[in-house]
Design a protein. Structure first.
Length: 247
């Protein structure tokens, strides 16, 4: 059976192309959610999904399933293989932890660096909550590692914030960083006096992270957004970020 009338109508508003995926575990939840939700809403056939996968898969991810990209009957095997390689919670969390650790420490005179760091922390926390990783959320060593990267005045703010919560963990640290992001964003209109290439790099990074948050969030609503701001299915929410994991 082909797509029904509702699915045909959805094809006019839901982007057909999937987000590019090259094998970064941190990008798996968005890729999987986009594939599953758009397939259901638009009623894509296996042949159509094969064409979509052929267009979006890049790098290591494409190499891993290249032998399956020849026939529509292999679509299930393609997604199963990709999920095994890149969709495991431990692989996703490991990638996100590396992202946080590799993010430069915020500088007091450059508020955009505080925004960058805070956004990466929020994304990490949201994934940990969605994956039920309570051990990581309550890990005092990880929390202290993140706090140590903060400027002295922001550390002091965190010390004061801790007094308002019962058990300070990564979840409450993420909430604190959310307050810092909002505050920093309200008083900075650009990216400081750095050189043009550095400003462009900073803007690209913040835009990319904000796009992921916008893609996976829509506070106060039962819907979720993917490419182009279209509404899609709901998923777990944490601090305004929605993340969906493959089951």
């Amino acid at each position: 059976m082909g797509p029904n009338a509702q699915q045909l109508a959805a094809r006019h508003v839901v982007p057909k192309d999937l987000p590019p995926f090259g094998g970064n575990p941190a990008e798996w939840p968005l890729f999987w959610s986009s594939y599953e939700t758009s397939s259901q809403m638009c009623g894509y056939s296996s042949a159509e999904n094969l064409l979509r996968l052929q267009r979006c898969l890049k790098g290591d991810a494409r190499k891993a399933v290249s032998s399956f990209l020849l026939h529509p009957s292999n679509v299930g095997e393609i997604m199963s293989t990709l999920r095994t390689l890149y969709g495991r919670p431990d692989a996703i969390i490991g990638s996100l932890l590396n992202d946080v650790r590799n993010t430069p420490a915020p500088k007091p005179e450059k508020l955009e660096t505080l925004v960058n760091f805070g956004l990466v922390v929020r994304i990490l926390c949201a994934h940990l909550i969605s994956a039920g990783q309570q051990t990581h959320l309550a890990n005092p060593i990880l929390l202290q590692e993140l706090v140590d990267k903060l400027p002295a005045n922001v550390k002091l703010g965190w010390a004061l914030h801790k007094q308002t919560v019962v058990d300070a963990d990564l979840r409450s640290f993420s909430d604190y960083m959310s307050v810092m992001i909002n505050a920093a964003s309200s008083v900075t209109s650009g990216f400081g006096e750095s050189s043009k290439p550095e400003r462009q790099k900073g803007k690209a990074f913040v835009n990319a992270v904000r796009a992921e948050i916008d893609t996976n969030s829509n506070p106060g609503s039962s819907s979720k957004k993917i490419s182009g701001g279209r509404n899609m299915d709901n998923s777990q929410t944490s601090g305004g970020i929605k993340v969906r994991y493959a089951e």
